[in-house]
Design a protein around this ligand. Structure first.
Ligand code: HEM
Length: 396
């Protein structure tokens, strides 16, 4: 990707976070933006600004009065704007978080560890015998859907449809296709049926039960509010963790000394998991709307402007991270932005990290040393950027 300005237009004039030319290897362009034009305008999707420096992303993410989430985090918008709590500003956002957060704290999440490890072992075992496999298609895509959808309350028979519908809404929005609205309706329709069925069924021990029993401002949550929670949990949990696993395995395949370092440990330290998440950054950026004329990073912004907070670029900012393109398993402090920042910081941090750690530990215990195999890497873009094709072979 070239990094010079064309005809006086800004560095991001033609930027499109869905297009492969900006998705496959955006790092040199982001570095140039951080240096020369840290809040840069793209003309795509009606116009939006990319915010690429850590300090500016941090400022905007924390200042929800100037940078609101109520128009949704997607650019262009998702078919189901109004998701809870991601499309709600504080103070109401905090009230909604209070209902959901108890299911996602470290205690309840760790109670699922044995179940998640058993699932991972079933996926990983066949790979030990294979000379070649794909880190995305044979590994990563099989773990987060099963590990999270039942926890959210979806019965097994809905998992495939929900994963496909969420994928289509996430990836196809750069294109003009009726499938986006159709997939949105599939997601919402399945959630509505599930909530109605569960209202009539005996209580269960899952996150959905917490929502069914939940109250806000002294009244029970309405069915449509629960559907809005389920939608964001679907978007938040599955695609992100799939990319975290695929990207981390890609890193280990291309860095044999790092792979050997982790193989020598019984457990992968938290600092290493955080560092891989910083380096991979499965959500490259999420949107906000400017609520009043203001300025960010020296750039004037006007009420109604859309900005994309580029977490993945902030995570490579050398004002904050020494040698940001290097993975250092003992990096500390590591206040990375992979889970966002401010009041909307990810609700699923513990579950996401557990899935990544369990997968890497079981993989390294079971499968002999591996390296990158023949064939192309497949990157998919959007607000979420991740690998969906990573050819792997047994190390020679
Ligand atoms: C490695 C995996 C994950 C990554 C990289 C990730 C990343 C993020 C990011 C960047 C945000 C900030 C949104 C914003 O500021 O607009 C976020 C929010 C959120 N995430 Fe995650 N996430 C992951 C896993 C999960 C999981 C497993 C769940 C659910 C169990 C989850 C549920 C949520 C929810 C509900 C929000 C919205 C929080 C709010 O608006 O208050 N995430 N996530």
């Amino acid at each position: 990707m070239g990094v010079t300005e064309k005809d006086g237009a800004g560095l991001a004039a033609e930027y499109d976070h869905f297009a492969s030319e900006f998705v496959d290897d955006p790092f040199a362009l982001w570095a140039a933006m951080r240096e020369q034009e840290p809040v840069a305008r793209s003309e795509k999707y009606g116009g939006y600004y990319l915010v690429t420096r850590y300090a500016d992303i941090d400022e905007a993410a924390r200042d929800t009065e100037r940078f609101s989430s109520t128009d949704g985090a997607g650019i262009p918008p998702l078919p189901m704007v109004g998701m809870i709590p991601i499309d709600v500003d504080p103070p109401d956002q905090r009230k909604y978080r209070k209902v959901m957060d108890p299911a996602l704290t470290i205690g309840p999440v760790m109670q699922r560890e044995a179940e998640i490890r058993a699932l991972v072992r079933r996926v990983v075992a066949p790979l030990a015998e294979r000379a070649t496999w794909d880190a995305a298609q044979d590994l990563a895509v099989h773990i987060p859907p099963s590990a999270t959808l039942s926890f959210l309350g979806f019965p097994e028979e809905d998992h495939e449809l929900m994963t496909k519908a969420t994928d289509d809404v996430t990836r196809l929005r750069g294109q003009d296709t009726p499938r986006i609205a159709e997939a949105g309706m599939e997601m919402v329709g399945t959630c509505v049926k599930l909530v109605q069925a569960r209202r009539a069924a005996p209580p269960k021990d899952d996150l959905l039960q917490l929502l069914l029993d939940g109250e806000i401002d002294g009244r029970p949550l309405k069915d449509e509010e629960i559907v809005q929670y389920l939608s964001v949990l679907l978007f938040g949990a599955v695609d992100t963790t799939t990319s975290a696993i695929a990207g981390s395995v890609w890193y280990l395949a291309t860095h044999p000394e790092a792979q050997a370092e982790l193989r020598a440990l019984d457990e992968i330290p938290n600092t290493a998991i955080d560092e891989l998440l910083r380096w991979v950054s499965p959500l490259q950026g999420l949107g906000r709307t400017v609520t009043k004329d203001t300025e960010l990073g020296g750039c004037p912004l006007h009420q109604g402007d859309r900005v994309l907070l580029m977490w993945a670029s902030g995570n490579r900012d050398d004002d904050v991270f020494e040698c940001p393109d290097e993975v250092r398993f003992d990096r500390k402090p590591n206040r990375h932005l992979a889970f966002g920042m401010g009041p909307h910081r990810c609700a699923g941090v513990h579950l996401g990290k557990l899935m990544l750690r369990a997968t890497l530990e079981e993989l390294l215990r079971t499968v002999p040393p591996f390296e990158l195999g023949e064939g192309e890497l497949l990157w998919l873009g959007g607000e979420a950027r991740g690998l969906r094709g990573v050819p792997i072979r047994r190390a020679s």
